[in-house]
Design a protein around this ligand. Structure first.
Ligand SMILES: Cc1ncc(COP(=O)(O)O)c(C=O)c1O
Length: 417
């Protein structure tokens, strides 16, 4: 199976219609955030962030570990879902939940941890909200035989003991954030000892901890280098579609920072396969319907360089929908640009709609999807219903970014409604 894993990642930047606006420091600041990135991110990761190469070679050891972690992931046909919808469309999905960490996040955690270890770093550090990213980092560090520290937003730490247990099982040190182990965390706790935490606070703690100890920081989405690593999903899917002799027309993925959608759809866009690409967010978040295209910080603490992107503003406080991975204010710059240029379409669905879609999908296909991924399922169902009305034999493909087996409290809550 390892032979089926692509040897190169795909970078869409050289194929864009117009140049990508670069990351910037704000004009009124004398602190260089680009220099900060240099100190905290593994050098090769930073080089890849700014590369203009179309293809970037994947190190052999990363390919081996991709294989160990469950790649290639299956491309499956949702035939029973098609039958239930009584649609002439064919629906395929790429199942990233089949990786051992349970989501696509492992695709970038492995190479980032690999490049950190190549620099002789003994520990990698990150923040996590819902826990998918933290799980991927904990597993990648274990595979690389280095240590990991995860600052987990306190409210999730308390609400999702299952995630915390998985990360600890992989050997990670997990702290509820705000924590007592950084100055930033201590200050927040001094102001409010019951602070539930936020991704911004957890990220600030992780970065402070990295700088103080000369560890390396791993980043879970939004930056182009993350999208580059995630292209393994689409590159694999292209080969799988070739193998079965089909060509998808509509490609769909859910969107937090944009990495699983981009990882799935960009290789198809680059190979000119497909005619519609649909990024899906939540109608409770309204990133697409309310977001503006402008320079903004990718992190709420304002420690990272500003990116030109579709954003709700770094201080935006998302409503408490359970899809933690979608509760993010910004969107990767290449994806924002292509949405602006109408190369990529968007849709938004409510928690109620995505719960129904998840339930229908689980009954038809047996897989409990992550609530984030259920947004992609909702869009696939919508397109399949439209195909029925028009009697079109469309081929639809969506990325099922993760399983929902550690999200049962969400399903319990929705079931009770
Ligand atoms: C299962 C799953 N899907 C989707 C996302 C959204 O992130 P991204 O847009 O970077 O793929 C997340 C983020 O945590 C996630 O855990």
């Amino acid at each position: 199976m390892i032979d089926l894993i692509p040897r190169y990642w795909y970078n869409i930047v050289p194929d864009l219609n117009r140049p990508l606006p670069p990351p910037l420091d704000p004009e009124d600041s004398d602190f260089s955030r680009i220099e900060l990135l240099n100190r905290i991110i593994p050098k090769e990761v930073l080089r890849q962030q700014f590369t203009a190469e179309r293809y970037v070679k994947i190190p052999d050891e990363v390919i081996e570990l991709y294989s160990l972690a469950g790649r290639p992931t299956p491309l499956m046909r949702a035939k029973r879902l098609e039958e239930l919808l009584d649609t002439p469309a064919k629906i395929y999905f790429k199942y990233e939940g089949a990786t051992h960490s349970g989501s696509h996040k492992i695709n970038t955690a492995i190479p980032q941890a690999y490049f950190a270890r190549e620099e002789g770093v003994e520990r990698v550090v990150t923040e996590t909200g819902a826990g998918q990213w933290g799980t991927a980092v904990a597993l990648s560090a274990a595979l690389m035989k280095i240590k990991s520290t995860i600052f987990m937003v306190r409210v999730s730490y308390e609400q999702k003991p299952g995630r915390k247990t998985v990360m600890k099982l992989y050997g990670a040190e997990v702290y509820p954030s705000p924590s007592e182990i950084t100055e930033y965390g201590k200050n927040e706790l001094a102001k409010n000892s019951a602070n539930p935490g936020s991704l911004g606070i957890a990220m600030s703690e992780a970065i402070e901890y990295v700088i103080k100890n000369d560890y390396r920081y791993l980043i879970g989405s939004v930056l182009e280098v993350v999208l580059l690593h995630q292209s393994i999903i689409g590159l694999e899917a292209i080969k799988q579609f070739e193998f079965i002799g089909e060509e998808p027309e509509v490609l769909i993925g859910c969107v937090g920072g944009g990495s699983n959608f981009a990882g799935f759809a960009y290789p198809f866009i680059g190979s000119k396969i497909g005619s519609r690409y649909i990024a899906v967010s939540s109608s409770e978040i309204k990133k697409f319907s309310k977001g503006v295209y402008e320079y903004d910080f990718p992190d709420s603490a304002g420690l990272l360089p500003m990116l030109k992107m579709i954003t709700l503003g770094k201080d935006y406080v998302p409503p408490p929908i359970y899809s933690g991975g979608l509760r993010y204010h910004g969107l990767a710059p290449t994806l924002s640009l292509m949405i602006k240029d109408k190369i990529i379409e968007w849709m938004e669905f409510s928690e109620k709609e995505t719960y129904s879609a998840a339930k229908l999908f689980a009954n038809a296909q047996g897989i409990i999807p992550a609530p984030e991924s259920a947004h992609a399922i909702s869009a696939a169902i919508k397109i399949a219903k439209e195909a029925k009305e028009k009697n079109e034999k469309k081929i639809i493909a969506f990325n099922l970014s993760g399983h929902g087996l550690l999200d049962l409290s969400y399903y319990q809550k929705m079931e009770a409604k």
